[in-house]
Design a protein around this ligand. Structure first.
Ligand SMILES: *Cc1c(COP(=O)(O)O)cnc(C)c1O
Length: 348
C-alpha cells in the first residue's frame, strides 16, 4: 500500500495555517512606500525584512541546478532542512526513521531533539548498503530514510541501483544528502527528482561553494513537499546578508568550479602521499573532499597532530571506523604540512 503525502505528514502540520508576515501579504515591486511591517525607515538596506521566500536566489539556483523554483527550499544550513523533515513528518514517540550507519551525525541529533526513534542499518565492509536491509529495519511507523552520498565520514558514493530500489519500494520519504556531490564522479539525483515524488535531495553552500559561514542549505523535492516546509519554517529563516552573498556566489559559479577542480587534483596528490606513509594502514576510496584513513593508532596520531597545530577529525569511535581519521583536503601547502608531520611521526 502506498502512503500519500497527506498520510505521511503529521496531522497538526496538515491542519496548520501558516503565520502570514507583512512581506508575505505584499510581494509586488511597484510600491515605494512601505509602512506595513513596523520597520525603521532609515539604515537601508538592513532596515527591511528580507524576502521570506528568497525568490531571486531560488530563481538563480533553479537555473544553475535545472530545477524549478517551487522545488527548492532554502534554510539556515542543511541542518535546518534536516530538522524540518522531522518536524513535518515524524510524530514524537510514535514514528521512526531508518538511516545508514555510519553517517552524518545531525540526522541522529535531530531525531533525539524531536524525540523520534532513530534506527541504524550498518553498512557493509565496502561502506555500501542495500535497499532490502533498510526495508527490513522499517515498519508502518517509518516515515523517513536517510542516505548520504558521497557519505560522511566514509567518503564513498552509495550504489545508485540500491538508492533507486529504495526510492521505488519504500512508501515513505527518502532524504538523500548530497553535501559532497560537486566532488563526486557520480551524478546527482536532482536529475530524477521528477521521477520520485518521495525524494528529498539536500545540498549545501558549506563545502564546494566555500560558504560555510553564511549558513545556506538547499533542499530539493516535489512542490507539495516544499510547500509543507514553507508552511512550517520561520518566516525570515534566510537573512538578507546570506541571500546577497549567495546571489554574489551564483555570479562566480566558475570560481566554485575551479575550486572543485583544484581540490580534486589535491585529493589525488594527498591520497598518494598518505598511501606511502608508514603509519597509514588504509586509505579508503573517496568521492568527497576528505579521506577516511585507517592508521596505526588514531587517538595517538590525532594528539600528535594537535601538538603540531594540525587538526583532523578522529572517527575512531564511529562504527566500522576503528583507528580511522577523517582528513579534509586543504591547500597544497596545508596538505604538505600534514604529510611532513606524519612522516616525522613515523621517524620518532
Ligand atoms: C557538511 C555537511 C553538511 C552541511 O551542513 P550545513 O548545515 O549546510 O553546513 C550536510 N550534510 C553532510 C553529510 C555534511 O557532511
Amino acid at each position: 500500500m502506498k502512503r500519500t503525502l497527506e498520510q505521511l505528514v503529521r496531522p497538526n502540520i496538515l491542519r496548520l495555517k501558516p503565520y502570514s508576515s507583512a512581506r508575505d501579504e505584499y510581494s509586488g515591486h511597484e510600491a515605494s512606500v512601505f509602512l506595513d511591517a513596523n520597520e525603521n525607515p532609515y539604515n537601508d538596506p538592513n532596515n527591511r525584512y528580507p524576502d521570506p521566500m528568497q525568490r531571486e536566489l531560488k530563481a538563480a539556483l533553479g537555473r544553475i541546478k535545472h530545477v524549478p523554483s517551487d522545488c527548492i527550499f532554502l534554510g539556515n544550513g542543511s541542518d535546518e532542512a534536516i530538522d524540518l523533515v522531522y518536524r513535518a513528518f515524524c510524530e514524537p514517540r510514535v514514528d521512526n526513521v531508518v538511516a545508514i550507519d555510519p553517517t552524518y551525525g545531525m540526522y541522529q541529533v535531530c531525531a533525539e531533539v524531536n524525540d523520534v526513534e532513530y534506527r541504524k542499518v550498518l553498512l557493509d565492509e565496502h561502506f555500501q548498503f542495500t535497499a532490502h536491509a533498510m526495508l527490513e529495519a522499517a515498519d508502518e511507523h517509518t516515515k523517513l530514510m536517510f542516505l548520504c552520498s558521497p557519505n560522511n565520514p566514509t567518503g564513498n558514493t552509495l550504489a545508485r541501483a540500491e538508492i533507486e530500489a529504495l526510492l521505488q519500494s519504500f512508501d515513505g520519504l527518502v532524504v538523500l544528502d548530497e553535501a559532497y556531490i560537486d566532488f563526486s564522479s557520480g551524478k546527482s539525483f536532482l536529475e530524477v527528482l521528477d521521477t520520485y515524488p518521495n525524494l528529498i535531495v539536500l545540498q549545501t553552500f558549506s563545502k564546494a561553494w566555500g560558504c560555510a559561514a553564511i549558513r545556506l542549505g538547499m533542499a530539493f523535492a516535489s512542490p507539495a513537499i516544499i510547500g509543507i516546509f514553507n508552511k512550517i519554517k520561520y518566516p525570515y529563516n534566510v537573512n538578507l546578508l546570506t541571500q546577497r552573498e549567495a546571489m554574489e556566489m551564483t555570479y562566480r559559479l566558475y570560481e566554485k568550479e575551479q575550486w572543485v577542480e583544484t581540490l580534486k587534483g589535491e585529493r589525488s596528490w594527498l591520497g598518494a602521499a598518505l598511501q606511502g606513509l608508514g603509519c597509514v594502514v588504509k586509505v579508503f576510496p573517496t568521492d568527497a573532499n576528505f579521506f577516511l584513513v585507517r592508521v596505526s593508532d588514531a587517538p595517538g596520531i590525532y594528539d600528535y597532530l594537535v601538538d603540531k597545530g594540525i587538526i583532523v577529525r578522529s572517527r575512531h569511535s564511529v562504527a566500522l571506523c576503528g583507528n580511522c581519521l577523517r582528513i579534509t583536503v586543504g591547500t597544497h601547502l596545508e596538505n604538505e604540512q600534514l604529510i611532513a608531520a606524519l612522516e616525522e611521526y613515523g621517524q620518532r
